[in-house]
Design a binder for this molecule. Structure first.
Ligand code: NAP
Length: 469
């Protein structure tokens, strides 16, 4: 993302920041500084590492926020509870959660502790078109984020809440602590995972455990054999990786799948509004957070070497794997454009259809293999475009699909497939690789641009029935 110009730092620059330990991997500085720049505000957001091992450090840090004329700070692990005694006022959400994620320095210099995690979660859920009012919500986990989610859901009018946790005592404790906020909501605690079967049909399932988070991307809180259904929404608070195994399970069963980055963005947007009194530029913050996630430094690299990824032409024996990968691709498209794309399973790209397409001489199927398993494929054809009165005849290698198993994303597999496609086209003396990209798929646009593609062609249509006259 291009960097927007910010005014030079001066005595007038207003400061906010993040106290926690560690804070070096936080996406918040990028998100907030992009928002300030977009609005031309002379504000800065700085990471402030506060070492919990230093006696008195948390109190000193909170007092320092006021003493140094800052407008406020976010608070993250491990200080969300530790800051409580140093505040003048605790907002109801923070009181309920016994945790503060945002401190606001009020006009009179007093300090208010608030928590934007719960409203952030609800804002993102609603932003995805899911209204929790009247629903049965199944919350997996009973830690800090589960408290925020249960409180948010209660405020949003859920009818029933089940908390599933590995240690059931902690689930009971959570419900007992939040009892004053749960009104007439029917509440229940079950053991994770054994108790899930009896509540597995809950229309809203929220993962508040770290299962599936990098580097443990093969973990999931949902037993693989336990079904989900198309009427359900699965929200995973984990946002790194953006597509967790749980979200893949959800999509495979036709359920709606939503990742946790939106909650992170919304809790930041709400903190921004508390400090500045201005509406947050949420889309700017989203773009900055997504960019930050892609370019995180200091993360253990997951990139694989070319030796580990074998790309070869597909054979009929790969048809099942290609068909399965296509179903995931289709489900992402159906989720983004439900009026256009059908949810899998569809007849398109069944294994037998893939076998037929493989037999067509003009089609090219490449598969990427890691540890003996097909984890990605690319489907293209090399039929020439005819010259028309408006365009030249350009022979092109037209890429119809490229898909990578979500657990193998960001490892160079897409790049390896494109590299082999480029080599294949060069061998055939074809000068142009081409494709079209759907506007919703900005990740694909960025990926292809990184591979050297220029994006010419978005797809658009007008729904006459929905259009404003
Ligand atoms: N999207 C966002 O904005 C956002 C915000 C906050 C948190 N998060 C994410 O949410 C996740 C949870 O965060 P948290 O602050 O709530 O953590 P936490 O307070 O440490 O709670 C962790 C919960 O996960 C359960 N758990 C941990 N390991 C488990 C395992 N191997 N098997 C079964 N259950 C396990 C724990 O169960 P026990 O009680 O039995 O130990 C506990 O209920 C993290 O991945 C975090 O990054 C995202």
């Amino acid at each position: 993302m291009s960097q927007l110009a910010q005014p030079l730092i001066s005595a007038k620059t207003m400061l906010v920041g993040l106290i926690g330990w560690p804070v070096s991997h936080s996406v918040s500085p990028a998100m907030h500084n992009a928002a300030f720049a977009a609005l031309g505000m002379d504000w800065r957001y700085v990471p402030l590492p506060v070492n919990p091992a230093l006696p008195g450090a948390v109190g000193d840090a909170v007092r320092g926020v006021r003493a140094m004329g800052m407008r406020g700070v976010n608070v993250t692990v491990p200080h969300k509870q530790a800051v409580l005694p140093f505040l003048d006022r605790i907002a109801p959400a923070a009181q309920a959660m016994r945790a503060v994620n945002t401190i606001v320095v009020e006009e009179d210099g007093s300090l208010t502790g608030d928590n934007t995690d719960a409203p952030g979660f609800i804002a993102d859920l609603r932003g995805h078109g899911v209204d929790p009012a009247g629903l049965h919500a199944l919350v997996l986990g009973a830690g800090g984020s589960a408290r925020a989610v249960v409180y948010g859901l209660a405020q949003a009018g859920v009818q029933r809440i089940t908390v599933a946790n590995r240690s059931i005592e902690r689930a009971h404790q959570l419900l007992a602590d939040l009892r004053p906020y749960l009104d007439a909501i029917r509440c229940q605690a079950v053991t994770l995972p054994d108790g899930l079967a009896e509540v597995a049909d809950a229309p809203l399932i929220v993962n508040c455990t770290p299962l599936g988070m990098t580097p443990h991307v093969d973990a999931t809180p949902w037993p693989l054999e336990l079904p989900l259904n198309p009427g359900q929404t699965v929200y995973d608070l984990v946002y790194n990786p953006p597509d967790t195994l749980l979200l893949q399970q959800a999509r495979r069963h036709g359920a709606r799948a939503i990742g946790g980055l939106g909650m992170l963005i919304w809790q930041g947007a709400l903190a921004f509004e508390r400090w500045t009194g201005r509406p947050a530029p949420v889309e700017v913050m989203r773009a900055a957070a997504e960019e930050q996630m892609r370019t995180r430094k200091g993360q253990p690299s997951t990139a694989r070497t070319a030796k580990e990824i074998q790309v070869r032409l597909a054979t009929p024996a790969d048809a099942d794997a290609i068909s399965r990968l296509h179903a995931m691709l289709q489900s992402c498209h159906a989720e983004a454009l439900p009026t256009f794309f059908k949810q899998p399973p569809t007849e398109a790209f069944s294994a037998s259809m893939v076998k037929d397409l493989l037999a067509e001489p003009s089609n090219v199927f490449l598969v990427a293999v890691v540890d003996g398993k097909v984890v990605g494929y690319l489907y293209a054809d090399v039929s020439p475009a005819q010259e028309t009165s408006m365009t030249y005849r350009l022979e092109r290698f037209w890429i119809h699909h490229i898909a990578v198993e979500p657990s193998h994303r960001r490892q160079g597999i897409g790049t390896a497939l494109i590299d082999v496609a480029k080599a294949y086209a060069r061998d055939q003396r074809i000068e142009i690789l081409a494709l079209s990209v759907w506007t919703f798929n900005q990740a694909a646009v960025r990926f292809f641009q990184a591979q050297g593609f220029e994006v010419y062609n978005y797809r658009m249509w007008l729904h006459l029935a929905r259009a404003v006259p």
